[in-house]
Design a protein around this ligand. Structure first.
Ligand SMILES: [Zn+2]
Length: 294
């Protein structure tokens, strides 16, 4: 059985693992994302050289070109404009492939957690940002650049300005900072640092946090309905850090989604929580190596 060296470069952590072709994670490490690009390259190539792997797959939190260059990475600027494949390959001796993290999370979820009856599936990651990946006819959809930037669908054209330059993106409302700023608005200024604090308040049966989740569910439903109306996948999965508390907003999201989806598509698009959890990127990197034939 083939094994792959898999990397998920995030804004906070660099996750590294060895995954076999059935999706078993044989080893896993997570370190703080290095502050410099050079150190990132060194960490990745040393990991590859210290393990036995057929090929390497890398997830990056940005848009890349097919040849391995990161074109735009708003949340991890050290890798902007860098071609990771060109820089890592000479230091190792194996094939390397690279794609957007949410694209690969979708591919990993599809490859290792879906049955073959599903041919079209989207995955939306709800975390620091909102990302997306699309599987069409069993293959990860991509063009010359990573595609399906679902986080930048417009939810409100008069909304707050996004890092992409446009206003009112899906990501403004449905990322971690989105849900925290909704709570801040409702509580007239109470600033929370992370979702754990929101959950602590929510567990005391708090009206404002319940309202925060209702507003969140409404925005999420609108984003998901737009995706469903455009590509009509059999399933849309919800992943990323916020999916781990999805029981607080997904039932309400599905209710609204079922009401607003284009009438002809009602009951044709299933919404569920992704199973890949925090290993989704690593699994996706392995799935991408397999799709590439490595
Ligand atoms: Zn945007």
């Amino acid at each position: 059985m083939n094994t792959y060296a898999c990397f998920d470069i995030g804004g906070t952590n660099l996750k590294m693992g060895i995954v076999d072709s059935e999706g078993n994670i044989i080893s896993f490490d997570s370190i703080k994302t290095p502050a410099s690009y050079e150190e990132t390259i060194r960490n990745i190539s040393e990991y590859i050289n210290g393990k036995k792997a057929q090929a390497a797959g890398i997830c990056v939190p940005g848009t890349c070109s097919a040849d391995g260059k990161v074109i735009f990475s708003p949340n991890l600027t050290t890798i902007n404009e860098k071609n990771l494949i060109n820089d890592i390959k000479p230091l190792t001796n194996i094939e390397i492939c690279l794609e957007n993290d949410a694209n690969l999370a979708a591919l990993g979820e599809y490859t290792f957690y879906e049955n073959s009856n599903i041919k079209n599936m989207a995955l939306i990651t709800l975390g620091t940002g909102v990302g997306g990946g699309l599987i069409l006819n069993g293959m990860l959809h991509g063009t010359e650049v990573s595609s399906f930037e679902a986080g930048h669908l417009t939810i409100n054209s008069h909304g707050e300005k996004c890092k992409c330059g446009k206003r009112g993106c899906f990501e403004i409302y449905c990322s971690v900072s989105g849900i925290l700023s909704t709570y801040k608005e409702l509580s007239e200024g109470e600033r929370l640092e992370h979702v754990g604090e929101l959950m602590r308040i929510h567990n005391k049966n708090n009206k404002l946090t319940s309202l925060t989740f209702d507003i969140y569910a409404n925005h999420l439903a609108h984003g998901l309905a737009t995706i469903a109306n455009l590509v009509t996948p059999e399933k849309i999965k919800v992943g990323g850090g916020l999916s781990e508390i999805s029981e607080n907003f997904l039932p309400q999201t599905i209710k609204i989604f079922s009401r607003i989806i284009y009438p002809a598509y009602k009951s044709r698009v299933l919404i569920e929580t992704a199973k890949g959890k925090n290993k989704a990127g690593i699994l996706g990197a392995a799935a991408y190596c397999i799709q590439k034939g490595y």
